[in-house]
Design a protein around this ligand. Structure first.
Ligand SMILES: [Zn+2]
Length: 138
C-alpha cells in the first residue's frame, strides 16, 4: 500500500511521496480529497513555479492531525487538508525569483517566507486570498 502510494504522481514533476514523508511519519495517510487538493496545488502552483526556477524541494506537504501536532503546526493548518506546502528551490540562488513569482501568481492563497523557506497554500474551492507575508519566519 505504502509502496504504491509513493509512486503516485500528483503532477508531471511531483510525487505523492514528497508530500507525505512516510519514512519519517508512517501514520501520515491522506484522504482522497486531500490527495485531490495536493494535485491541484502541484498543477496550479508548483509546476508553474518549477518552470520558472527549476526543481523544487517539498519539506512538508500533507500532515495528518498527529503529524501536525508533532511538528507544532497551527490547529487549522491548510497542511491538514492538502492545501499547503513548505518549499524551497533546489538552487538557493533562485529563492528570490520563486518568492517574486508566487507573490503575484493568481493561484497563491497564502505565501509566508523567511529563513530560506516558503509556505505556500492554495484553495481549489474558492478565490485565492493573496495573503502575502515576506520575512514571516525568523
Ligand atoms: Zn507550511
Amino acid at each position: 500500500m505504502k509502496e504504491d502510494l509513493n509512486d503516485v504522481r500528483l503532477s508531471p514533476h511531483f510525487r505523492l511521496s514528497e508530500f507525505l514523508n512516510l519514512k519519517k511519519y508512517p501514520e501520515n495517510m491522506p484522504t482522497m480529497q486531500a490527495v485531490a487538493n495536493m494535485s491541484y496545488g502541484c498543477c496550479q502552483l508548483l509546476e508553474p513555479a518549477r518552470f520558472m526556477v527549476g526543481p523544487i524541494i517539498v519539506s512538508s506537504g500533507f500532515r495528518c492531525e498527529e503529524v501536525n501536532r508533532k511538528v507544532g503546526g497551527v490547529r487549522n493548518s491548510q497542511h491538514l487538508i492538502g492545501q499547503a506546502a513548505d518549499i524551497r528551490p533546489m538552487n538557493p540562488g533562485q529563492f528570490q525569483n520563486l518568492v517574486e513569482f508566487l507573490k503575484t501568481w493568481e493561484y497563491t492563497d497564502q505565501l509566508l517566507t523567511g529563513n530560506g523557506w516558503l509556505h505556500i497554500s492554495w484553495n481549489p474551492f474558492g478565490k485565492p486570498r493573496h495573503y502575502i507575508r515576506i520575512g514571516y519566519y525568523k
